[in-house]
Design a protein around this ligand. Structure first.
Ligand code: NAP
Length: 328
């Protein structure tokens, strides 16, 4: 019932500024391209400049083709308003550099799409000492949102933070003592579990942030894009069960292409009907259920405190940012 849902083809003003992390390929690529094709200024926050610039060239070529086809909702600019800015989510320092550059641009910010992610990685740690998926998928993008929040709060009505999570949040545990996987070795490190944890933390972040942003112009939404054929599998090609699962999914036709996979993200970012909506996790552009481990307020608040402790250790979270995060 209800049929296939997509995002409304709205026209966005060029003054609407959107950041998409991990925008050079996969779901992030389609998200950035479509939001730019609807008229907004989109910043591709990517770790490799060359990959991002190749993606921008491809986006503009595809944009010309959509214009020629007179595709509904595509603006008539000579070129897309897209820009590259360097962001490596495996480095908190890189997040800080990105924030500094963005602040220096004097721009407003209306939508932050936290899409960059790695799936089912082997046990690995960043230079800052955190489990890789924890930092790339969650911690760095929490830090990014925290530092961009003061700008979003003064950027006018209907600003949104969109967290690209996953149904994998169901395959998680909540145990702060084990959160970095230091009790594991390479053999017994649960790659699905630690990926699932990072995706669960994003949804928990949505609830905790929204609690503090109740009376503000900024809302936080989260989503599962579906099973999407992208480069996400590059880290787990060695895992036989996933190869079988992927093949089976393709066979029964449930695997989405990157555009179909981006529809739920784009909807969360641009659908005017979602103005003021908080605390919703979407799949196929529709609200979906969340595991109760993740909706548990006590768990959310413990994670919030733990996250801030991690970031304060490296002096990444100054008092003014904490105050803004806490709704002051
Ligand atoms: N595909 C699925 O079935 C699926 C299902 C559920 C959720 N998701 C989520 O959807 C999001 C997008 O995934 P995708 O399927 O589009 O995967 P993808 O094709 O592998 O794209 C991931 C993007 O994240 C970027 N990225 C990875 N590590 C980064 C880092 N350290 N710093 C900055 N950017 C980094 C990648 O950049 P590089 O090209 O430089 O590596 C790439 O642009 C992820 O958060 C993923 O967890 C995907």
């Amino acid at each position: 019932m209800g049929g296939h849902q997509s995002f409304p083809r709205v026209t966005l003003p060029k003054e609407r500024v959107v950041i998409v992390t991990g925008a050079n390929t996969g779901i992030g690529y389609e998200t950035a391209k479509w939001i730019a094709m609807m008229g907004a200024t989109v910043i591709l926050a990517c770790r490799f400049e060359e990959r991002a610039r190749e993606a921008m060239t491809k986006m503009n070529a595809e944009f010309q083709a959509e214009k020629d086809r007179k595709t509904e909702g595509v603006v008539d600019y000579p070129e897309l308003r897209i820009e590259f800015m360097k962001l490596d989510c495996a480095s908190l320092q890189s997040v800080m550099d990105f924030v500094k550059e963005f602040k220096n641009s004097g721009r407003q910010l209306h939508v932050l799409v936290c899409n960059a992610g790695i799936g089912l990685h082997k046990q690995a740690y960043t230079d800052e000492g955190y489990e890789l998926m924890f930092q790339v998928n969650y911690l760095s993008q929490y830090l990014l949102a925290a530092h961009l929040l003061p700008i979003m709060k003064t950027s006018g009505e209907d600003c949104r933070i969109v967290l690209v999570s996953s149904e994998a949040h169901r395959y998680s545990e909540f145990n702060l003592d084990r959160i970095q996987g230091k009790h594991c070795n390479e053999q017994n490190f649960g790659r699905v579990l630690f990926y699932g944890n990072s995706k669960a933390f994003q949804i928990m972040q949505m609830f905790s942030m929204n609690r503090r942003l109740q009376n503000s112009n900024v809302t936080v939404l989260s989503l599962h894009p579906g099973m999407v054929e992208t480069e996400v599998s590059r880290n787990f090609k060695d895992m036989k069960t996933f190869t079988v699962l992927t093949t089976l999914t393709k066979f029964v036709g449930q695997m989405k292409n990157p555009f179909e996979g981006a529809e739920t993200t784009i909807n969360a970012a641009v659908n005017p009907a979602l103005k003021g909506v908080r605390d919703v996790y979407y799949t196929d552009c529709k609200p979906a259920t969340i595991h109760n481990r993740v909706t548990n307020t006590q768990n959310q608040e413990s994670l919030w405190t733990y996250t801030q402790e991690c970031l304060k250790k490296g002096a990444f979270l100054p008092d003014d940012i904490v105050k803004c995060l806490e709704g002051e």
